[in-house]
Design a protein around this ligand. Structure first.
Ligand code: SAH
Length: 400
């Protein structure tokens, strides 16, 4: 905490004065009695304290919380020209530990993932509506993190009207339907915005350089984020793979929303028929099947779910990342590009790069690392809280 990291683990606490309840504000002192921070107490969590502020003069009240919310919303200014799907509050990185708020048009979706923000639910909601100008707030505090805080999962309308089944947002000229009730996270992978643009740029650059449109493979496509970015930028074929029929149904609807004709998803549409192909399949198996069929691609995206939920799963996750990257690289044409991601917090950028380098070696190809990729600017990485950097990507270009 002397290094201003916002968490204190239970094992690091020598003494507790009084009997604080879940979400109570407590003053944190060092062994030599120096003031360290104001924090929220979370008796059930291994992260026993989450710090609001390191300034003794601060008063953590409704005004203070409102100021933090206002500052978070204000620093997203400018994104509205690009999209109306924006992360307005990113928890620890915005000094509001455990609070995530995403905006889809005029609908806010919140996740209150820690005892401190749960305690101040109403004040935070007031401040959010004020700062954003939105009246409608939906709760998606139903993830695994709440259980670790000893809080029950909650979901439903908190303020204003119930959201429609699908909310339409636009991002860089592409329309997406977002299901805030049942979708992953708050409904959409807002964090990949810049990387979807990167893919669209690569499609255009490929056409300019090679005089033909690229064939694109998007693995773990969810509702078609990368697929539609590539298609609208002029890809010849976009093959999209996901194991969830529900996600593919929304992806399919999203293609139609953008006027893109597509074949219905099925297991075996050969990529020679131009257009969109949605394949409901396991990526680990489908990559092998594509190799057996000798399918090849100019641009490949690998954006899997979190393979490692914690440090105990790192080895197994590393093998899974290696597997998809190796088999993905085997399908990549010479001169082609791979955008490969990991959103596992337990796997840091260094380790991820080593895993992918191992895949490059085993695939017996040469690749340049063109750039390291990350989440968009509405997911800031606080230097004193490295955990805010969960999404890491590598942009590789295969040599000829
Ligand atoms: N790239 C997406 C987000 C990916 S989320 C975007 O930009 O919106 C991860 C997706 O992987 C989910 O849709 C999930 O259904 C899918 N998935 C998980 N395991 C899978 C597997 N083994 N094979 C295929 N899809 C899988």
């Amino acid at each position: 905490m002397l290094r201003r990291h916002p968490w204190v683990y239970a094992g690091a606490i020598a003494q507790v004065r009084g009997a604080p309840a879940s979400g109570d504000l407590v003053a944190v002192h060092a062994a030599d009695k120096r003031f360290l921070a104001w924090a929220a107490w979370s008796p059930e969590s291994v992260i026993r304290l989450r710090c609001w502020s390191f300034h003794e003069a601060d008063r953590i009240d409704e005004t203070w919380l409102g100021d933090r919310v206002g500052a978070a919303v204000a620093r997203r200014g400018g994104l509205e020209e690009v999209t109306d799907a924006v992360r307005l509050v990113y928890a620890e990185a915005d000094f509001l530990p455990g609070l995530v708020v995403d905006r889809y048009g005029d609908q806010l979706v919140v996740q209150m993932q820690a005892a401190g923000v749960e305690r101040h639910r109403e004040a935070l909601l007031d401040a959010l509506c004020r700062a954003s100008g939105c009246d409608n707030v939906f709760d998606r505090s139903d993830g695994a993190l709440r259980a670790r805080e000893g809080l029950p999962g909650t979901s439903g309308v908190l303020r204003g009207d119930a959201p429609p089944d699908v909310i339409e947002v636009r991002e860089q000229g592409v329309r997406f339907g977002v299901d805030v009730r049942r979708g992953h996270k708050t409904g959409f992978y807002i964090d990949q915005r810049d990387n979807r643009r990167r893919l669209a740029d690569l499609v255009r650059a490929f056409r300019a350089r090679h005089g033909r449109a690229p064939r694109v493979l998007n693995c773990f496509c969810y509702t078609g984020g990368f697929s539609l970015a590539a298609a609208l930028a002029g890809a010849e074929t976009v093959v999209s793979v996901d194991s969830s029929a529900d996600a593919l149904a929304l992806a399919h609807a999203n293609a139609e929303r953008n006027g893109i004709a597509s074949t219905p998803h099925s297991a075996a549409h050969p990529p020679t028929a131009a257009g969109m192909q949605w394949r409901c399949a396991d990526v680990f198996e489908e990559l092998r099947a594509m190799r057996a069929r000798d399918e090849r691609f100019d641009l490949i995206v690998l954006d899997p779910p979190k393979f490692a939920a914690n440090h105990h799963q790192v080895d197994r996750a590393a093998r899974a990342y290696k597997d998809i990257n190796l088999n993905g690289l085997r399908l990549l044409e010479p001169g082609g590009h791979l955008l490969t991601f990991s959103c596992s917090g337990a796997i840091d950028a260094d380790l991820f790069q080593k895993i992918v380098a191992g895949a490059v070696i085993d695939a017996d190809v040469e690749c340049d690392l063109r750039a390291r990729l990350a989440a968009g600017s509405d997911h800031p990485i606080r230097m004193t809280h490295p955990e805010s950097e969960y999404l890491k990507g590598l942009w590789l270009e295969r040599g000829d």
